[in-house]
Ligand binder design. Structure first.
Ligand code: FE2
Length: 394
């Protein structure tokens, strides 16, 4: 996010347009995917591109037909087993997908039909889920998150077939992750009452923050390169026990996507291709374990999500929206949490095993880039376009 832009209480037509825009992006993504690629599973956590495309349309159909109109979803019954994630092991998804052109044709028909229902069907318009056009906004954001997953698939496809670096970037330049922004502590508001907020970010409430400081910018590639060169990826006291076990198990020695040319020059593969590592750019491709180890190595820590949100709301953070920023705290319900629009959206992930990420990445839709948005993943995940911003106590 060039700036953290709150997703404000949008007029209904805006949210319908947001959903239509996500449809266009889904269509473009499927059309741009080579025939050999759209069924491929490149990573055990990442479904094939074709599955993401189909799942988005199937979920729309289920919400509109089953949940709102109370009628069966007009799709093949065996698609429930394929497109409901809980019922479909990821490794089996690619082989069961229909041909790409058939999928695209079905997707286009769904989009047309669903937009008609959302715009004009009286029983749909009257349904409580359509108040303030909540469902259109929910679906648009759901699709935006799957579109970011498609970028992750593209990243892994690139990593399988690295190309020589194309774009030349400036040579190494000194870079630090900015000034320390100090916060004297006190009581601050976090959370959202926006109609379009997810259940887990709902409920504006007061939190008490101790005096602390955050870096104005996320940590750069140059800073992580210094960590790599200094042996930061070798076990040491800056790795906690779980991080050290993960490090020894994986044998990882650098962020995801980093490699070297025969002459030792560092290059980085991203979804767009391979390029010389830009020392100034925010580091990306880090797990929570790596982010935490780096922070500890420089005598700092990860921010608590409330510290991040307060600074973002106050407009004090720079460089937000380039990489998701790992927070030090795990994902928990806010006071008075109520699951909405269904129990499993957030609740299963309040398990103490997921950590919060804030801010959005360069591959996230602006819809997701707001100061209150909470993303969450387990600490070993490296494919989620995440980096790190430093914090410390004052
Ligand atoms: Fe989904």
């Amino acid at each position: 996010m060039n700036a953290v832009h709150p997703l404000s209480h949008s007029p209904e037509s805006d949210l319908l347009e947001c959903l239509a825009a996500q449809h266009d992006r889904l269509n473009a993504a499927l059309r741009a995917t080579p025939a050999y690629e759209w069924r491929n599973q490149y990573h055990r956590d990442l479904s094939p591109i074709g599955w993401h495309y189909a799942h988005c349309h199937f979920i729309e159909a289920v919400w509109l037909h089953e949940r709102i109109l109370g009628e069966p979803t007009p799709t093949r019954r065996d698609w429930h087993d394929l497109y409901f994630p809980e019922q479909s092991p990821k490794w089996r998804r690619g082989g069961r997908l229909p041909p790409r052109d058939a999928l695209l044709e079905w997707g286009l028909a769904c989009q047309h039909h669903h937009m008609e229902l959302l715009r004009a069907h009286p029983d749909v318009r009257r349904h409580p889920l359509l108040e303030n056009d909540y469902l259109s906004g929910f679906l648009a954001q759901h699709h935006a998150m799957h579109l970011e997953s498609l970028e992750q698939v593209r990243w892994f496809a690139r990593l399988r077939r690295p190309e020589p670096p194309g774009v030349q970037t400036p040579g190494p330049a000194p870079h630090t992750s900015g000034d320390w922004i100090e916060c004297m502590g006190g009581e601050y508001i976090v959370g959202s009452e926006a109609a379009t907020a997810f259940d887990n970010e709902r409920g504006r409430h007061t939190v008490c923050l101790a005096p602390h400081a955050l870096r104005s910018q996320p940590v750069s590639n140059a800073e992580i390169a210094a960590f790599v060169e200094a042996g930061g990826y070798r076990p040491g006291p800056h790795w906690d026990a779980a991080g050290r076990a993960w490090l020894e198990h994986t044998g990882i020695t650098a962020p995801l996507g980093w490699s070297r040319l025969p002459d030792g020059t560092r290059v980085q593969t991203l979804p767009e291709g391979t390029r010389l590592l830009d020392p100034q750019a925010p580091a990306v491709g880090l797990s929570w374990f790596e982010a935490s180890a780096y922070a500890r190595w420089v005598g700092a820590r990860l921010p608590h999500e409330h510290e991040w949100e307060h600074a973002a709301r106050a407009g004090r953070l720079r460089g937000t929206g380039a990489v998701w920023e790992w927070c030090g705290n795990d994902f928990r319900p806010y006071p008075g949490f109520r699951p909405y629009p269904y129990d499993e959206y957030s609740m299963p992930w309040f398990d103490g095993e997921h950590y919060v990420l804030r801010g959005g990445s360069a591959w996230s839709d602006p819809l997701l880039k707001r100061s209150t948005m909470r993303n969450f993943f387990t600490p070993e995940k490296r494919h989620v376009f995440a980096g790190v911003r430093l914090a410390r106590d004052l």
